[in-house]
Design a protein around this ligand. Sequence first.
Ligand SMILES: Nc1ncnc2c1ncn2[C@@H]1O[C@H](COP(=O)(O)OP(=O)(O)OP(=O)(O)O)[C@@H](O)[C@H]1O
Ligand SMILES: [Mg+2]
Length: 321
Amino acid sequence: MAMLLELKNVTKIFRYGFFGFSFKAVDNINISLEDKPFIFTLAGESGSGKTTLARIILGVHRPEYGSVLYKGKDIFKLSSSEMKWFKKEVQAVFQDPYAAFNPLRKVYGYLYDTAKNVAGLSRDEIDGYIDEVLRRVGLNLEKVVGKYPHEFSGGELQRVSIARALITKPRLIIADEPVSMLDASLRINIVNLFKELKDDLKISFIYITHDLSTAYYISDWIAIMYRGWVVEQGPVEKVLSEPLHPYTQTLLLSVPIPDIRLRNKWLSAIKLSATIEEKEFIAKGCKYAGRCPHAKDICFKSEPPTIAIGDVIVKCWLYQK
Ligand SMILES: Nc1ncnc2c1ncn2[C@@H]1O[C@H](COP(=O)(O)OP(=O)(O)OP(=O)(O)O)[C@@H](O)[C@H]1O
Ligand SMILES: [Mg+2]
């Protein structure tokens, strides 16, 4: 089957400070998503690189290494007309809907401007089209016209930003923690909406979240990130019911607690002059070894292999035969 999105060895390096300390926020990631409607969840603790990866897929961050192919085209080598096409096909929804709209501008203006850019619509047709799109997300034109962002509830405004994303008839929507600022009772309505849009409009989603319960409920595929690595990916029911990677296991139990003894053992194995962050960067072993209850000697010394077990892919020494 043709691929919608392929990330090949994607690495994003951020550099800091006078000494040029650098670290890999996204580290050699490989992901392939088939060209059929799906919900792909990216999960992992704060700072693991989820938003950075989302920005790479949106073309905002250019990776230092690797390539990102959307429908077979390298998104960093698009012509200007292909870029226009890409921007219609791939849309984003962010965490804070109030930050996505200027508080002094009426929300309708955003919808109108986006609709105006969709070719072939006359002024009269635009309102009808906006109304149709708003109805998809449980609103309508009447409820939106004339209102400023603060006149909506958080849940309603998030629906408006989803409608705005839908206006260009996208094939892929990247939703970065779209429900984390909403009440728990509203979250399920929004994630249900993603499921409906996937089924009815054949839109795929990259859903970024800390919330494994909504992920379990809506997604087809999940990738667990840990410090720039995808440590495990596979069908969601498999990964979340029989997690293979020790980090996924801990993530499902609770927030992982660092084991100071293991961490010291690891740090003592590497260059002494480096700062702690640099040591972690220089370390050759598994990034999770310092916290892993199953870590063996090899985990501190060499990067773990990426191993396929059925349709789950896990980056861990424990599964090396
Ligand atoms: N523009 C930037 N310049 C330098 N460092 C950055 C930049 N953006 C992100 N980082 C760093 O990269 C790492 C990954 O950040 P990222 O925002 O991708 O994490 P995240 O998984 O989305 O976290 P969260 O769950 O808190 O949103 C963090 O250590 C962050 O400080
Ligand atoms: Mg983030």
